[in-house]
Design a protein around this ligand. Structure first.
Ligand SMILES: Cc1cc2nc3c(=O)[nH]c(=O)nc-3n(C[C@H](O)[C@H](O)[C@H](O)COP(=O)(O)O)c2cc1C
Length: 195
């Protein structure tokens, strides 16, 4: 069974990200045959990147890095719940992504964003970043408008937005499962090289 993380990409007090991610998780949990788990960056409290070697080297020194790598390694795919901060994603999410390497490779990802214009620019930013990490990003995207999907700063998504989660889940689930073959082949190659 595939395991997919719903990553809450904002950490500030009073953030909207938590309500958005809980709404995504509530809808995702009604799906069968796939396990969805909320991963809250706030709980991980990662410092600004403090590893001497780049993540691609795969030699993590910090206990917090090793723990974060082990968490990310558990998943076949991801749904990033991202705010739009100054036309990009949050610093906290970019930092968390930068911390590890191989644990992201050959996995699938989709996005739920929110912002004045639905947070689309944060998603395009993330697509660029994740392409370097060999993450296959699906085209379906749910972008919540701060004007139309929130009332008095409380999340009130329209029915259309809730319906739009279905193709997002469908695409992330199917690519997450399909990429297992690629990950298995890569693991076999690594074993052959080590032998
Ligand atoms: C530092 C900062 C920069 C922002 N820049 C943008 C922006 O460029 N475009 C936009 O649509 N909204 C922007 N906003 C509004 C956020 O999208 C909105 O506050 C959202 O709720 C932030 O996510 P959070 O509540 O989970 O932190 C910005 C908010 C902050 C705090």
């Amino acid at each position: 069974m595939s395991k997919i993380a719903i990553i809450i990409g904002s950490t500030r007090p009073g953030r909207n990200g938590e309500a958005v991610a809980r709404w995504v998780h509530e809808n995702a949990s009604q799906r069968s045959d796939v396990e969805y788990e909320l991963v809250d960056l706030k709980d991980w409290d990662l410092p600004h990147l403090d590893e001497a070697l780049p993540a691609a080297a795969g030699q993590y020194a910090g206990e917090h890095t090793k723990a974060w790598a082990a968490k990310i390694a558990e998943f076949d795919g991801f749904i990033f719940v991202t705010p739009e901060y100054n036309h990009g994603t949050s610093g906290a999410l970019k930092n968390a992504i930068d911390y590890v390497g191989a644990e992201w490779y050959n996995k699938a990802a989709g996005f739920v964003s929110y912002g004045v214009f639905g947070g689309a620019r944060a998603v395009e930013h993330l697509r660029l970043v994740l392409s370097q990490l060999q993450v296959a990003t699906v085209s379906a995207h749910v972008g919540l408008s701060l004007a139309h999907d929130f009332e008095n700063w409380q999340l009130k998504p329209t029915e259309q937005q809730t319906a739009a989660l279905t193709p997002l889940f469908d695409q992330v689930e199917s690519w997450s499962a399909a990429l297992k073959t690629v990950r298995e082949a890569a693991a076999e190659e690594d074993e052959d090289e080590a032998a």
